[in-house]
Ligand binder design. Sequence first.
Ligand code: PEP
Ligand code: MG
Length: 578
Amino acid sequence: MRGLGVSPGVSIGPAQVSDAGEIAVPDYRLEPEGIAAETERFDAAVALSLKQLRKLKGKAGTLPNAAAEEVGYLLDAHLAMLSNSRLVRGVRRRITEERMNAERGVQLEIAQIGESFAAMADAYLRARIDDIRVVGARLLRNLTKTPYSALAQMPEGSIILAEELSPADTALMDPRRIAGFATVLGGADSHTAIMARALNLPAVLGVAGLLGGLKPDATVIIDGSAGVVVIDPAPATVARYEARRDVIAEERRQLGRLRRLPAVTRDGTEVLLQANLELPREVQQAINAGAQGLGLVRTEFLYMNRPDLPDEDEQYETYRQLIRGMEGKPITIRTLDIGGDKLAGPFAAHFENEGGNPALGLRAIRLVLKERRLLDAQLAAILRAGVEGPVRILLPMISSLSELRLVRDAMLQTVRRLKRRGVAIADPLPPLGVMIEVPGAALAADALAGEADFFSIGTNDLIQYTLAIDRGDEQVAHLYNPLHPAVLRLIQFAIEAALRARIPVGICGEMAGDPRFTALLLGLGIRDLSMAPGNIARVKQRIRSLDIIAASQRARAVMDQVDEGRIASLVDDFNDVA
Ligand code: PEP
Ligand code: MG
């Protein structure tokens, strides 16, 4: 089966379907005044389940005919079970009449329907019991908002197959136990994909029909480079992929030799290569890969898979460990970027009533400016940790100068508060920079450059918002093109504004870690790239093979073009010869 190869490498192992995990079902009695809210909570879970099933059905339409029909019937059956069905009515009645919480109501109702089906003579109807249980599990997962907890305890060498995995689910995967994963839904630059690369887990997303007719413990091959999943492979196929796995391991060993060599072009231009960090355990990977610092610390990990918020002290301790772990190399901590496809546990309530467009909603800087205590705690923790080593503060999703000003005021207030309390803080204060990832910010880059201390270009969102392509949606993944002239012009515009204002400018989106784009980005004036640790060696190899003068000339030729195909050939031809 084919999908989007989002994290390279080959793994072979027994399949584990992730929603097989046990869901802890709470059981409590409602107060009479809580009944209306509980009914509403249950209805919201039903609505969400229906939405998920419709999305899966859309995806099933891309399967070959017979399979599309079969999967379509199955999903129709699941949809029917949630549309004013005996199940839904039964649970509502248990909530209102028996004052039972929704989860317990679902559990008992499913058990009761199961019993009545088991007594039926018709074998076809008896087989529907399984479908009802699957629908019940979906409802329970949506009600409890539990990630797939089983992911933390899978048997060693497992390959996870799932309908969809959130970045938080993925963060729970232990690469020593889990060999790789594949999902039905998800795009190549989704945060789940980024997390897979961070963990070095081969992964393929957006595989239609992945879960149809799967036998328990079937062997699965994941080829995250080619975007291929093979289920129940023949022995000869296994042997072929084992050989490929060995070749990839050897290539990685070869690249490892670059670790101590500088990132400098043939004509002597130095480039700063830093690592992006999703999870604290990557500090060691970053050091091993020869990263010169952490160019992007995504602090969302602090908020994932927990019901409460990390306080200032907990954050301070985490940042301090990161700074110490990096042995005096600079680190850039980005303030919380929750929202869009990065929903995290303690914020679920914020997003429950969100409209249909979370990528344009209360995400990132917008959320923390609304909930100021989040921003204040994070700024205080960073300022305090900055005593230990060089730190910069980076703001996500900035779309206008006023947001930067509000944050700077907040930072100065926090500084005064800490000083009054006699708490030691970074001196001088950390530089305050902005992500350029909203097209409006790129177009207003000259204004932002006047007040920001540095720029970091987030190409993942910049592409998403410029081209109106959901980065997490596999159905439009083929349109997600970093070489679209509109994207390149915005990048160029932002770089030039920064260079004119003499502030540092780097790239921390996924484009930075792809050697295909290295010559172009350097040619446009970039000297600072931050990427998944696993990409550093390959990008360094490309830099060491380059001539900066030739790269600048080629970048100019590229920027003169408006045709996407022509731009791609100019980029690829240059990579082939130079
Ligand atoms: C980006 O948008 O390019 C980026 C680096 O931020 P994130 O991927 O975390 O949204
Ligand atoms: Mg972003």
